[in-house]
Design a protein around this ligand. Structure first.
Ligand SMILES: [Zn+2]
Length: 245
């Protein structure tokens, strides 16, 4: 699995291989090429053909709270401090900001429910993936076998060095999943993709319904931004999912 490079005029974006099986749902991940950072939602609106005011984003706080968008309201969810969004409304788009943290895309292909979540190490440790699945099941009657999930571009185990104190938290929370941490040259690396995979499997998502982009942001700063590699860049990519009208 991996990413598929797509172009809209001079704008480059990614799709995640395998997650493109249903034309009722669209998803993408922006890059640093062609997008205007200060007007990224204008560009996005054109690329996905969704009006700007129907593209939802939130103030992300590395938590596990989620907002359910059940009716199209004018309320400005940009001010809501949550890291996940879920809806079954057609014609709107859900988006989260990223520059190393994992974008997790959710799609119930039967009930037509979409979700988008932002998971850095805290959201991953505290299992926002499970929270998203719980809401889809409880609020939208999603069946676990119908939920497809994609893990988008983010910092890979090749580059994500962490401190001992963070490693201990993961060792304690995941005592039977030693493969999530890799030690080399006296350094510890965390595999965020693998932890989220464990979280999704534990939540009851089928392995064959999980799609991996396998694309490290830190290894690819010619194409995407990396907070870690670029020492705190304020530039971000958007992870986006939408249901067609
Ligand atoms: Zn890397």
């Amino acid at each position: 699995m991996g990413i598929i490079k797509k172009n809209y005029k001079d704008i480059l974006y990614f799709e995640i291989e395998g997650f493109t099986f249903d034309e009722n749902m669209k998803h993408l991940f922006t890059t640093r090429l062609g997008w205007k950072q200060n007007n990224i939602f204008d560009d996005l609106s054109q690329v996905i053909s969704v009006p700007k005011e129907k593209i939802y984003s939130t103030r992300q706080v590395h938590g596990t709270d989620v907002i359910i968008i059940k009716e199209q309201c004018n309320s400005d969810v940009k001010k809501v401090e949550v890291d996940g969004l879920i809806t079954n409304i057609k014609g709107i788009a859900l988006s989260t900001y990223h520059a190393d943290c994992v974008p997790i895309y959710f799609y119930d292909k039967v009930n037509k429910v979409i979700g988008m979540a932002h998971a850095g190490w805290k959201g991953t440790l505290n299992n926002i993936a499970q929270v998203m699945v719980n809401y889809m099941v409880k609020d939208f009657s999603s069946r676990l076998k119908d939920i497809h999930v994609a893990l988008g571009p983010s910092i890979g185990v090749c580059c994500y060095e962490i401190g001992e104190e963070v490693a201990i938290l993961f060792k304690e929370r995941y005592p039977y999943n030693s493969h999530i941490l890799v030690e080399k040259d006296n350094k510890i690396y965390l595999d965020l993709w693998n932890v989220n995979m464990v979280n999704l499997l534990n939540a009851g998502i089928r392995k064959e319904n999980i799609y991996l982009s396998d694309y490290c942001t830190s290894c690819n700063t010619d194409t995407v931004f990396s907070y870690r590699k670029e020492k705190g860049t304020t530039n971000r990519m958007l992870a986006v999912i939408s249901l067609n009208q």
